[in-house]
Design a protein around this ligand. Structure first.
Ligand SMILES: Cc1cc2nc3c(=O)[nH]c(=O)nc-3n(C[C@H](O)[C@H](O)[C@H](O)COP(=O)(O)O)c2cc1C
Length: 193
């Protein structure tokens, strides 16, 4: 039953390197899968800027990605004013059910547009519905020009109350969303994980 290497005419000199070549990739592959946690990027984007950052992050991290859907209409002059007011007053909203099973992920990156320096209601709601303790998390966000740093501080505090300082942040303004600047900033962010 057992392979008699000498009987089969395979000398030990050839057999051992052959065995090494067969076993080594299996060991490396399984170790790699064991140390690399799965990554999920969850974001809300009304106008596409945060989506652009989310997609670039997902590519860099090899992550799954899911966009949050706010059931409440957020476009048009009247609803935009209400959107800003809801963000500033920290209102929750109704979001479509998230399809991803968060338990399957070791790293979760959460992204929001900054609305008057505040987290959007959709992202605030998503965070309020989930517990991220025991997971590595990071936050990212976009603003036209101002307020995204403060928005990131608030989001980090919502995700990890009292431990926000440990959470990597990626605040972006529109001029950062060119391919080369974005990829440099994402590389810096990636190194924190
Ligand atoms: C209600 C509201 C408030 C905003 N407030 C600010 C602001 O205070 N400063 C700023 O630079 N941009 C502000 N913006 C612009 C957005 O932060 C920016 O366009 C962001 O990238 C939008 O993300 P999105 O394209 O993923 O929806 C605001 C946009 C909205 C709709």
């Amino acid at each position: 039953m057992f392979l008699n290497v000498q009987e089969k005419g395979i000398c030990m000199k050839c057999f051992l390197p052959l065995l090494f070549c067969l076993v080594f990739p299996v060991v490396v592959f399984t170790q790699d899968a064991a140390v690399k946690p799965k990554v999920l990027v969850v974001y809300y984007s009304r106008d596409g800027h945060t989506k652009k950052a989310a997609e670039a992050l997902a590519k860099k991290f090899g992550a799954d990605i899911e966009g949050l859907v706010d059931i409440k209409k957020r476009t048009g002059p009247v609803d935009s004013v209400a959107a800003g007011k809801d963000a500033v007053t920290h209102k929750l909203t109704r979001i479509a059910p998230v399809k991803a099973d968060l338990d399957a992920y070791g790293i979760i990156l959460i992204g929001t547009p900054s609305w008057f320096s505040n987290v959007t209601p959709a992202v605030r709601t998503f965070v309020s519905q989930n517990n991220f303790s025991g997971k590595k998390t990071g936050v990212f966000g976009t603003a036209h020009m101002t307020g995204v740093g403060s928005c990131m501080n608030d989001l980090a505090e919502l995700v990890a109350p009292g431990k926000a300082g440990d959470i990597p942040r990626l605040p972006l303004v529109h001029k950062d969303l060119t391919e080369d600047i974005l990829s440099k900033k994402i590389d810096e962010f990636y190194r924190k994980f």
